[in-house]
Ligand binder design. Structure first.
Ligand code: ADP
Length: 304
């Protein structure tokens, strides 16, 4: 079963700019999918089209086999959307927001109250149920957005940059919640430019750059193709960096250097060469995760 199937999707804005250039994308039901890309890549535009907020210029989108353009209302019932901007009415009470949302999908108030209770408790917002949104912290508002998107029990939850600007503790607790939700059967798609987030949560990934999908597949399979890792070494003051075959050394400042280490290559050769050049290494750390390396390489390749 496919939760989302996109074919030849194009979005040309009124000013003639093509933000999405004929993408094909498949999200299997039950997966946790990261739509990954730099700012301006076309992630929000794609999500807008999936959730019928933006009209595609060309192409088709099916959500659990329902065509979003010929049957938008049926498709929307399958989708819970958490947009990037917090768009809650600040004067409305938390519980009321959730019940209105359910009403919009035809859920009667008694049922809505039960569902709201479950979600408010899960989101650690139960104490706040009679409070207006403006009294909530930033993290609480984000959790309210997720609770609202889940009121009609969507099979597909789409989150646009859910943890942008959220502190690390809240981010981790959101991750745990989303993992649980996915394990209980909800397909999740999230856009992010935090590669760490995609690597920690997602089993599938699509990498989008300038309106085109440049890679798509299993996170594990993509990672096994990531060929380099970058390390930062803290060293003695040095004057000249040695040339070491297969490694790329760059001076960051007088006391640290960056090295690109090919996968399958140990660092012994590198260490020996540094010792021979009288450069002592005090410490060494991995600069970025491997998905990030891979991602940067793809995006740089595209730009070249
Ligand atoms: P992302 O979510 O990956 O940051 P977006 O989908 O928001 O990217 O934007 C993709 C590109 O489309 C950007 O270059 C953006 O400036 C452009 N864009 C977005 N909305 C509009 C619009 N309404 N009119 C014209 N261009 C737009």
């Amino acid at each position: 079963m496919t939760a989302l199937s996109i074919r030849s999707l194009v979005k040309r804005y009124d000013n003639g700019f093509e933000a999405v250039k004929g993408i094909d994308l498949d999200v299997p039901a039950g997966s946790f999918y990261a739509l990954l890309g730099p700012n301006g890549a076309g992630k929000s535009t794609t999500i807008g089209m999936i959730s019928s907020l933006i009209k595609p210029t060309e192409g088709s989108i099916k959500v659990f086999d329902v065509d979003t353009q010929s049957h938008p209302n049926d498709a929307k019932r399958y989708i819970g959307l958490v947009p990037q901007e917090i768009n809650l009415n600040m004067w409305e009470k938390c519980e009321d927001i959730l019940c209105y949302q359910a009403g919009y999908y035809g859920v009667v108030r008694r049922e809505a109250l039960k569902r709201a209770e479950v979600l408010l408790k899960e989101m650690d917002l139960w104490e706040k149920r009679h409070q207006p949104v403006r009294t909530l912290s930033g993290g609480m508002k984000r959790r309210m957005m997720i609770a609202r998107a889940l009121m009609h029990n969507p099979k597909l939850l789409i989150l646009d940059e859910p943890t942008a600007g959220v502190d690390i503790e809240i981010r981790r607790s959101m991750w745990r919640f989303l993992e649980g939700l996915n394990q209980s059967g909800t397909t999740i798609i999230l856009t992010t430019h935090y590669l760490e987030e995609a690597e920690a949560l997602c089993n599938k990934v699509g990498i989008i750059d300038r309106g085109t999908i440049v890679e798509q597949g299993d996170v594990k399979a993509l990672l096994s193709r990531a060929n380099y890792e970058t390390f930062v070494l803290d060293v003695d003051a040095y004057s000249i960096l040695p040339e070491v075959d297969g490694f790329v050394l760059t001076g960051v400042n007088a006391e640290s250097i960056e090295v690109q280490v090919p996968r399958e290559r140990g660092i012994n050769t590198l260490m020996t060469a540094l010792t021979e050049a009288n450069i002592r290494v005090f410490s060494m750390r991995n600069k970025s995760n491997r998905l990030e390396e891979f991602f940067l390489r793809l995006v740089q390749k595209g730009a070249a």
